[in-house]
Ligand binder design. Structure first.
Ligand SMILES: Cc1ncc(COP(=O)(O)O)c(C=O)c1O
Length: 387
């Protein structure tokens, strides 16, 4: 007998963790497996959080986040989307993952399903499973030999049924770097309006784009649309450990958001929010610097791929990952484990980014190129020799 829900007992082990576990504590490995760069949060942000602590900002605060921070986010999101985002639609409940969970809790009951555009970072669809809903994967086409990643809208719409409560995507995507066009967003918005389906648009990588901007869904969604736009300080401001992000939610849900934030996390750590306020008001130069560094990482990986005949990709349009197709590879976990033990490079196996039986993903590995250029080049050399 057990009181634990089957959905929890059956949660799969994350394939990234399965490989990374083998390398735990080893200093001889170059780690490219996790979704973060190797830069410590800049001083001016850390100083703001330290000041907040010294001023005794250690108490509970409004569960939806500090008003100054929410105002600054509303301004940033309005600038970014080109459309005014009202303060009452912005909540800071914790980091992006908390926003994702709250959005899912708002729309799903056990037995419902969520369409997930894949390949997708595993925590998202595991969170769908965690609340007792089913992730339905609609995989992008392409992705190797320079073929761009493309979305088949007909396939996406055909995946929806009466129990579909949300469509989830990340644009720019982790792991592919694919960006959803405004045309695609409009078509999906139109579809979901007619069918009473919500959209959860994960935009945590929107500041990290190379040639064209990633359109925010907030630009075209009306405040009444059942649309949740998720964003975070984790990536663009190098603040993964701080756990601060935000949610732009439908108008009129503000009091529910205060309750949901209270019951899930009682808000984000208050001194971390002061750091985030400094980041979003004074961090533009840092974000630009980080983007230039990512661009350099992208160029290093691009050159590496040109020199390889067994590795290909679709060059990412955003985010800081290379999702690399390795010719002849059929088991990405076994490959990643061997790469770790023999070449001492940590990569994420492609199979982690979708259902366990998705053989297409098993042809890929993911690397994070937001890294020191010398170390990144060293890691790529090791991969080349191994292959
Ligand atoms: C697409 C996507 N969404 C959300 C997150 C998590 O962001 P946060 O650290 O703010 O929870 C990540 C982290 O890798 C991600 O890749």
């Amino acid at each position: 007998m057990t009181a634990i829900r089957p959905a929890i007992l059956n949660l799969e082990r994350n394939g990234i963790g399965e490989v990374a576990f083998l390398g735990l504590g080893r200093t001889d490995i170059i780690p490219l497996w996790f979704g973060e760069g190797d830069i410590v949060t800049p001083d001016f942000i850390r100083d703001a959080a330290k000041r907040a602590l010294d001023q005794g900002k250690t108490f509970y605060t409004f569960t939806r986040g500090l008003t100054e921070l929410r105002e600054a986010i509303a301004k940033w999101a309005s600038n970014q989307s080109g459309r005014k985002i009202d303060l009452d639609r912005v909540t800071v409940p914790g980091a992006a993952m908390m926003g994702v969970n709250i959005a899912l809790q708002c729309v799903c009951e056990p037995g419902d399903n969520v369409i997930v555009i894949s390949p997708m970072w595993p925590n998202i669809f595991q969170a769908v499973r965690g609340i007792g809903a089913e992730p339905r994967f609609v995989r992008l086409n392409g992705g190797s030999n320079g073929e761009p990643w493309t979305l088949d809208l007909d396939r996406l719409f055909a995946a929806a049924d009466k129990r579909t409560k949300a469509i989830f995507w990340a644009s720019p995507s982790n792991p592919t770097g694919w960006i959803m066009s405004e045309r695609e967003q409009r078509a999906i918005l139109d579809f979901t309006r007619k069918r009473g389906i919500a959209i959860i648009s994960d935009e945590v990588y929107t500041p990290i784009v190379y040639d064209t901007p990633a359109p925010s869904l907030a630009a075209i969604a009306e405040p009444e649309d059942e649309v949740f736009v998720i964003n975070s300080f984790s990536k663009a401001w190098a603040m993964t450990g701080w756990r601060v992000g935000w949610l732009i939610h439908p108008k009129g849900l503000d009091s529910q958001m205060a309750e949901m934030a209270a019951y899930n996390n009682t808000g984000s750590a208050v001194f971390a929010q002061y750091g985030a306020l400094e980041a979003i008001t004074k961090g533009d130069a840092f974000v630009k610097w980080q983007l230039d560094r990512c661009r350099n990482g992208l160029a290093i990986v691009e050159k590496f791929i040109e020199s390889q005949n067994r590795i290909s990709w679709s060059k990412p349009a955003g985010a800081f990952y290379g999702f690399l197709a390795v010719e002849g590879m059929t088991d990405s976990i076994a490959f990643a484990k061997r790469l770790l033990l023999e070449a001492k490079v940590g990569v994420a196996p492609g199979i982690a980014f979708g259902p366990k039986d998705d053989r297409d993903n098993d042809r890929f590995i993911r690397i994070c190129f937001a890294q020191d250029p010398t170390r990144l080049s060293d890691a790529l050399d090791r991969i080349a020799k191994h292959i």
